[in-house]
Ligand binder design. Structure first.
Ligand SMILES: *Cc1c(COP(=O)(O)O)cnc(C)c1O
Length: 234
């Protein structure tokens, strides 16, 4: 069985290779270790191997781990799960990034509840890029309006877009979804020249990070290939 440190090493090499193959700048793609449903000891092991960015989907679970890992410097916490409005206050104070904002009500609450002494909360808009019926995320045609509104909120820094493509899609269809995400980000950059922080495409997971990087991903979110398969799916 390979260790978490070995796995981080091999995922990092996959990212470097894909970045180079795509002709993109070294270091332009970040690895977000998706640590939902993992014990704090696993995150500590990843930290010891040099990993600093962690993605969590369940607020209560994340808050417990944050306390357990308080002694580790430089951890950066990214919230990537569905957001209920009664959870925004704790998300706004505990996290550095939120990838899963898909409606204005949530963005407004996060901005109001982000303490002014903290730097602005980094935000990605989650896009339901494959128009799946039950999926979280706003539709592609709604992105521009939501992005415009978010750039006007004082305590948020709009960074870009996030998507989870339809898991049933073929590789070709998925590549198309990644490409439409890149087009959408470019469109936002052109339409919102004031939004200077708009540089992020959060897409690509364990099985498809190479394809996502080829199409322009700047953050890949990897769980299984770092920590092994999740014991319990919630
Ligand atoms: C769980 C999860 C991932 C990681 O998926 P793996 O297949 O385990 O790499 C990435 N993004 C989101 C939003 C997730 O919920």
């Amino acid at each position: 069985m390979s260790s978490i440190a070995d796995n981080i090493g091999s995922v990092t090499r996959r990212i470097q290779k894909a970045t180079m193959t795509a002709g993109r700048a070294p270091g332009s793609v970040w690895l977000l270790a998706v640590s939902k449903a993992r014990p704090a000891a696993d995150l500590r092991e990843a930290w010891q191997a040099g990993q600093r960015l962690f993605g969590e989907s369940y607020l209560q679970e994340a808050l417990v781990k944050m306390v357990e890992l308080e002694d580790l410097p430089d951890l950066e916490w990214h919230f990537i799960g569905p957001i209920q409005s009664n959870k925004t206050r704790q998300i706004a104070s505990a996290f550095h990034w939120v990838h899963s904002v898909d409606r204005l009500k949530i963005a407004r609450r996060l901005s109001e509840q982000r303490e002014a002494r903290l730097p602005p909360l980094n935000i990605c808009i989650q896009v339901n890029i494959d128009r799946e019926g039950s999926k979280a995320g706003c539709l592609p045609e709604e992105v521009k309006e939501l992005a415009t509104a978010i750039t006007e909120l004082p305590n948020l820094n709009l960074r870009g877009l996030m998507a989870i493509p339809d898991p049933r899609a073929t590789q070709q269809e998925r590549d198309g979804s990644f490409r439409r995400m890149a087009d959408l980000l470019q469109h936002c950059q052109q339409q919102l020249p004031g939004a200077t922080g708009l540089d992020t495409l959060s897409m690509g997971m364990s099985g498809d990070l190479e394809d996502a990087i080829r199409e322009g991903a700047t953050i890949v979110r990897v769980g299984t290939d770092i920590f092994g398969s999740r014991p319990v799916q919630r």
